[in-house]
Write a protein that binds this ligand. Structure first.
Ligand code: FES
Length: 175
C-alpha cells in the first residue's frame, strides 16, 4: 500500500515533468484533472501557485530564503549603503546592464527579490557575501552586487527577478 508520504515525491516529479512538457497539448490536458484533483496541496504550490511572504520579521541588513516553483528566492532587506551602491553604479560598467530601479519596486527600494540560482552553472550563491555587498557564488567565484547584478566572474547574467508585487506594505505575492 502506498503511504501519503511516499506518494509525495512521485506527484512532485509528475508536476515538474508536466510543467516542462508545455509543447505537448495532450500532456497539459492530461495534467489538468490531476492537478485540480490534488488542489491545493504542497505539490501544486511547488508547481507554480503564487505564494505570499510576510516581510515584517526581516530586519534591515537581513534576508530570508523562500521557495517558489521549486526555486530558492532571496528576499533581502537592504541597508541604506547597499541601496546607494546599487543605485549609483554606472550602467556602462555592468556586464548585464540593468538599473536598480528596474529590479525593485517603487516606494519599496529597500527590498531586493531575486531567484537565488547562479546564472553560470546553477549553484546557490551566498547572500551578504562577496566584494559588492550582494551575493557570492562559491562554485566558480561569481560576484553579484546588492541589486543581484553580475559584476565579476563567469556568470553571464544578473540573478533574475521573479514576478512579484506588494499586496501590502509588509507583504509580497510571488508569482
Ligand atoms: S555556478 Fe556560480 S560561478 Fe559557477
Amino acid at each position: 500500500m502506498t503511504t501519503e508520504a511516499s506518494a509525495e515525491p512521485t506527484r512532485r516529479d509528475f508536476l515538474f515533468i508536466a510543467t516542462g512538457a508545455v509543447a505537448g497539448v495532450g500532456a497539459v490536458a492530461a495534467a489538468w484533472p490531476f492537478v485540480s484533483q490534488m488542489n491545493p496541496d504542497a505539490s501544486t504550490i511547488a508547481a507554480g501557485a503564487p505564494i505570499e511572504v510576510d516581510l515584517a520579521p526581516v530586519a534591515v541588513g537581513q534576508d530570508i530564503k523562500v521557495f517558489w516553483r521549486g526555486k530558492p528566492i532571496y528576499i533581502m532587506n537592504r541597508t541604506k549603503k547597499q541601496i546607494e551602491e546599487a543605485q549609483s553604479v554606472a550602467l556602462s560598467s555592468l556586464p548585464d546592464p540593468e538599473t536598480d530601479k528596474a529590479r525593485t519596486k517603487e516606494g519599496h527600494e529597500q527590498w531586493l527579490v531575486v531567484i537565488g540560482i547562479c546564472t553560470h552553472l546553477g549553484c546557490i550563491p551566498m547572500a551578504y557575501e562577496g566584494k559588492y555587498d550582494g551575493f557570492f557564488c562559491p562554485c566558480h567565484g561569481s560576484q553579484y552586487d546588492s541589486s543581484g547584478r553580475i559584476r565579476q566572474g563567469p556568470a553571464p547574467a544578473n540573478l533574475p527577478v521573479p514576478p512579484y508585487q506588494f499586496v501590502s506594505d509588509t507583504k509580497i505575492q510571488i508569482g
